[in-house]
Design a protein around this ligand. Structure first.
Ligand SMILES: Nc1ncnc2c1ncn2[C@@H]1O[C@H](COP(=O)(O)OP(=O)(O)OP(=O)(O)O)[C@@H](O)[C@H]1O
Ligand SMILES: [Mg+2]
Length: 322
């Protein structure tokens, strides 16, 4: 895979023109509806994000879509394949990156790739060639003889993504591709995902990172308790649910009580996370904080509303690292 064009073959479409279609899918574990009748489509070449707090049902959804876990009810179509009826066929067209890498620690980087391709039906020769291409593309060539246990967490994650590319899938499902990575490795993963996107690959990913969703996703949905609470482009979601502007006060311990008292007294609603207090003015106006301006240890800044605010508004919870 020395250039993008080798990836560039469009996925087979569903009858309605989508690539992934989930229709009222449901998964019950005991008393819990882990996924409670959700519907969405992912269009050709789109990167679609599933956002939600821990336990929202993201992994369960992705496992059903990739044929790894049966549904209790509902219909799933991927590239024209009825996944509920034929969960094996979908694995031939779809690349999957699971939440836990599932790499074989006892094998080298190259062997992991080769074996995956071979088991997926490539000939020995094709799998070997493809493994070399994928290593080159993901900048892992100099680690090809390393054992997987010798790799850093970031390299393992990238190898897991690389492995999903062995069969040149046109559809990839990735469960938290960049969770646990340092910012540099995360950027690397984002660059790699951007190349896949440019090549027309259709991607469904889950993430806890607002920035990741903003950068990568054409559309996204926010899930909680097995349901989709809202769906749209990042801009639409921000427009719908986030304030235009958020005032942020970084407050040192000497002043924190005074600041809290001032905000309460002036009926200004605020949210406190660590040393940071976020304040949203009514009707998009900046709140009147003039009474705090001479206070020691208070730094004020302003930022635009973002997906983090959307998430909080919709789920009542902060986005957090999973
Ligand atoms: N194999 C299982 N058996 C029983 N309950 C399960 C199983 N897998 C998931 N669940 C439950 O289903 C719900 C959804 O879990 P899921 O793993 O899909 O969430 P998630 O959105 O991926 O969360 P996270 O962000 O932590 O990865 C949770 O309540 C979880 O405890
Ligand atoms: Mg999960």
């Amino acid at each position: 895979m020395t250039n993008e064009s080798q990836l560039n073959r469009a996925a087979t479409l569903n009858p309605d023109g989508s690539v992934i279609k989930a229709d009222e899918i449901r998964k019950i574990y005991g008393d819990i509806a882990a996924v409670d009748g959700i519907s969405f489509t992912v269009e050709p070449g789109e990167t679609y994000g599933l956002l939600g707090p821990n336990g929202a049902g993201k992994t369960t959804t992705m496992r059903m879509l990739s044929g790894l876990s049966p549904t209790n009810s509902g219909a799933i179509t991927v590239s024209g394949i009825d996944v509920v009826k034929d969960n094996r066929a979908v694995r031939e067209v779809m690349g999957v990156v699971t939440q836990h890498d599932g790499l074989d620690n006892g094998l080298t980087v190259f062997q992991n790739l080769f074996l995956h391709g071979f088991l997926a039906g490539l000939s020995r020769k094709d799998s070997k060639n493809r493994a070399h291409e994928v290593l080159e593309f993901f900048g892992l060539r100099d680690r090809s003889k390393s054992n997987v246990y010798e790799l850093s967490g970031g390299m393992k994650r990238r190898l897991a993504i690389a492995r999903s590319m062995m069969t040149s899938p046109k559809v990839i499902v990735m469960d938290e591709p960049s969770t646990g990575l340092d910012p540099q490795s995360r950027n690397r993963v984002w660059e790699e995902l951007a190349v896949l996107k440019d090549a027309g690959v259709t991607v469904l990913l889950s993430t806890h990172y607002m920035e990741e969703a903003t950068i990568l996703c054409d559309r996204l949905s926010i899930m909680d308790h097995g349901k989709i609470l809202d769906e749209g482009t990042p801009d639409q979601m921000i427009e719908r649910h986030a304030p235009k502007e958020v005032t942020q006060l970084r407050v040192s311990p000497v002043s924190i009580r005074t600041v809290r008292a001032y905000l309460t007294e002036h009926n200004i609603t605020f949210r406190e996370v660590g040393a940071l207090i976020s304040v949203t003015g009514a009707n998009g106006d900046r709140p009147d904080l003039s009474g705090l301006k001479d206070l020691e240890g208070v730094r004020t800044s302003y930022r635009a509303g973002n997906l983090e605010d959307v998430f909080l508004a919709i789920t009542g919870r902060e986005l957090r690292d999973g």
